[in-house]
Design a protein around this ligand. Structure first.
Ligand code: PLP
Length: 362
């Protein structure tokens, strides 16, 4: 497949402009999906083939499909932003494309060429551009994913694979202003182990996190923080967001481990901080360092980051036997100024000196 020519099958039951506008006025987070989806097939014999745009709708799968039994699945998440002049952009999609390749390698799935990834996003926007909202802090969330669809119950990598892109509009994550969250420290459950799949964006990591997430809710917290599975002392990340600590001398510290998902939001924020002259340390961090640092005033802010919420200030960590911070903490200054700088770049309100923005329409 040299050139990607998407076969177009348009949705005759697409939402009317009025229906769509009603959804875009209050989209929640992907409560509705757009009218179309994109897919590309892969087979051991034929490689990547049959790129299509088709109506969004159910996928036909054999009950024996590999993904339903052995979880051979990976995904990505990025956003399309509408700029003031109406143009549509996304943020560092090449990094998502490479991360999808890294996840594929780990999960014994085929690597989608970077160019195909970019073309698949443009193909979806070519038919669903009207779904990209324009109100402040809104976006169209893009969800590329790939899974083993071969019907075969023997345990080996699937010889038939499907890649899809779906999308849904997303409202402002913090409707009432950016508010710090309380986070439950999971002391029994790990999301990933050494040599496991923690650094791959694969559904199983999320499945493993859900029980701990329930524990968080039961304890009045919105999110869960995981520790390393070997010693239960090193901070890893939340179920779907990376963690950054801010020290009083302006140093930013983020945990380093091969079972943490390398976030593109985190990478971007830390680069912005470095360009402001801040020291950035990517190194192991224990929960004791966090606790002691907060108590003696060395650690002044903490935040979580990821594409969906960009930056979420951490108000409190709640563990079985102790707490760090308080539930009514206010968002830190550094946290908010980095959040503003990044979102200004993403929404075209600030010059993109890094070449991070990639145009999806036109
Ligand atoms: C996707 C994800 C993140 C954040 O990555 P971004 O590229 O910043 O969106 C962090 N942790 C996990 C487990 C994730 O799946």
């Amino acid at each position: 497949m040299a050139e990607l020519e998407f076969h177009r099958h348009l949705n005759l039951q697409a939402k009317s402009p009025a229906e769509r506008e009603a959804i875009l006025a209050d989209p929640g987070f992907c409560n509705f999906m757009t009218d179309h989806m994109v897919d590309i097939c892969w087979s051991e014999k034929g490689g990547w083939h049959r790129p299509r745009i088709q109506p969004y709708g159910p996928i036909e799968l054999e009950p024996a499909a590999a993904v339903l039994h052995y979880g051979q699945e990976i995904f990505e998440g990025l956003k399309a932003y509408r700029h003031a002049d109406g143009s549509i952009w996304t943020f560092r999609p090449d990094a998502n494309a490479r991360r999808l390749q890294a996840s594929a390698a780990r999960m014994a799935l085929p690597e989608l060429p970077v160019e195909y990834f970019l073309e698949s996003l443009k193909a979806l926007i070519s038919v669903d551009a009207e779904w990209v909202p324009s109100a402040p802090e809104t976006s169209l969330y893009l969800r590329p994913f790939m899974f083993g669809k071969e019907a075969f119950l023997g345990v080996r990598p699937a010889k038939k694979v499907a890649y899809y892109v779906i999308a849904g509009p997303a409202g402002s994550y913090f409707a009432g202003g950016v508010a710090p969250v309380s986070i439950w420290l999971s002391e029994h459950f790990s999301r990933a182990g050494r040599g496991g799949t923690g650094a791959a964006k694969t559904g199983g990591n999320y499945a493993a996190s859900l029980i701990a997430q329930n524990e968080a809710y039961e304890n009045g917290c919105q999110q869960v923080l995981f520790l390393d599975s070997t010693t239960n002392t090193y901070v890893e990340e939340l179920g779907g967001m990376n963690v950054v600590l801010v020290y009083k001398d302006g140093t930013l510290v983020t945990p380093l481990s091969d079972s943490i998902l390398p976030g593109i939001t985190r990478d971007s924020i830390l680069r912005l901080a470095e360009e402001r002259g801040h020291t950035v340390e990517r190194r192991p961090v224990t929960i004791d360092e966090w606790r002691a640092g907060f108590e003696n005033g060395d650690i002044v802010e903490a935040f979580a980051c990821g594409t969906a919420a960009v930056i979420t200030p951490i108000g409190m960590i709640k563990a079985k036997d102790f707490t760090i911070g308080s539930p009514d903490a206010i968002a830190g200054e550094m946290t908010m100024s980095l959040r503003d700088e990044l979102t200004d770049i993403q929404y075209g309100r600030r010059e993109d000196v890094h070449g991070w923005m990639y145009r999806l329409d036109g």
